[in-house]
Design a protein around this ligand. Structure first.
Ligand code: ADP
Ligand code: ADP
Length: 225
């Protein structure tokens, strides 16, 4: 778990500025959801936090330490993409174990982490399957499991439910809420779905044209526009 502080974060592509000096502090264990119209900069801001995009200005701190110039792999974060980012030729087990092998962890530690995540996500019976032999919801749980096993300080979610049909979206959303209750990690979540934002967020950050338009609890944001 960790707290995150963004100070005057800016991003430009050539002459076009798409993030205009964002200040934001996220508490340890908080679930924060970024919402806003398509193109407002939600994904870019998330990718900046992840270290997948450089900034044009400003500072990113995790637990008080600047990570602005720290590579993505050393920030202690884990990003959950849509489930199509699974490795199709690897088993569920291997999909979750792979990054840990690259981190140089020993097999007993890897096995313990993978099994704990699998149990949490009800994937224990599916560890030997390839992604194509799973349902959409199971695949998305593997994508989440890949993040959990890394034991990250902060979880980042980029529209993780957008590939799922309506019913699975509801089910997976509830699992995410339960997961946050269980592991209590700091979570930052991008969506354009108001229901997801309202049901998951401790706080909602409404972005518009690369600026923060509003910040508040779901009640504050959706009852007092
Ligand atoms: P959102 O996630 O809110 O839909 P994005 O963060 O994806 O918005 O994009 C914000 C803006 O930045 C958009 O106008 C988009 O066209 C622009 N943008 C994103 N990536 C690039 C890029 N690599 N080069 C130029 N413009 C980009
Ligand atoms: P590859 O396809 O690259 O050979 P494997 O599927 O054989 O990878 O798995 C690599 C490692 O993960 C092995 O050390 C194996 O012990 C472990 N492993 C894979 N699947 C499981 C499983 N279901 N239960 C326990 N360990 C597993």
């Amino acid at each position: 778990m960790a707290e995150l502080q963004l100070t005057d974060i800016k991003k430009s592509y050539g002459a076009t500025t798409i993030i205009h000096g964002i200040d934001l502090a996220i508490d340890d264990g908080e679930f924060v959801v970024f919402v806003g119209p398509s193109g407002c900069g939600k994904s870019t801001l998330l990718r900046i936090i992840a270290g997948l995009e450089t900034v044009s200005g400003g500072d990113i701190r995790i637990d008080g330490k600047s990570v602005t110039n720290v590579p993505a792999s050393d920030r202690g974060l884990a990003m959950v993409f849509q489930s199509y980012a699974l490795y199709p030729h690897m088993s569920v087990y291997k999909n979750m174990a792979f990054a840990l092998e690259n981190m140089g962890l020993g097999q007993p530690e890897i096995d313990q982490r993978v099994r704990r995540a699998a149990q949490m996500l009800r994937l224990t019976d599916y560890l030997d399957r390839k992604p194509k032999a799973l349902s959409g919801g199971q695949r998305q749980r593997v994508a989440i499991g890949r993040a959990i096993v890394r034991d990250p300080k902060i979880f980042l979610f980029d529209e993780p439910l957008s590939n799922l049909d309506a019913e699975l979206r509801v089910a997976t959303r509830k699992e995410l809420a339960a997961l946050h209750g269980e592991i209590g990690g700091t979570m930052i979540y991008v969506t354009h779905d108001q229901v997801e934002a309202m049901t998951l967020a401790d706080r909602i950050v409404v972005l518009h044209s690369g600026r923060i338009e509003q910040i508040g609890t779901p009640l504050e944001v959706y009852n007092h526009p």
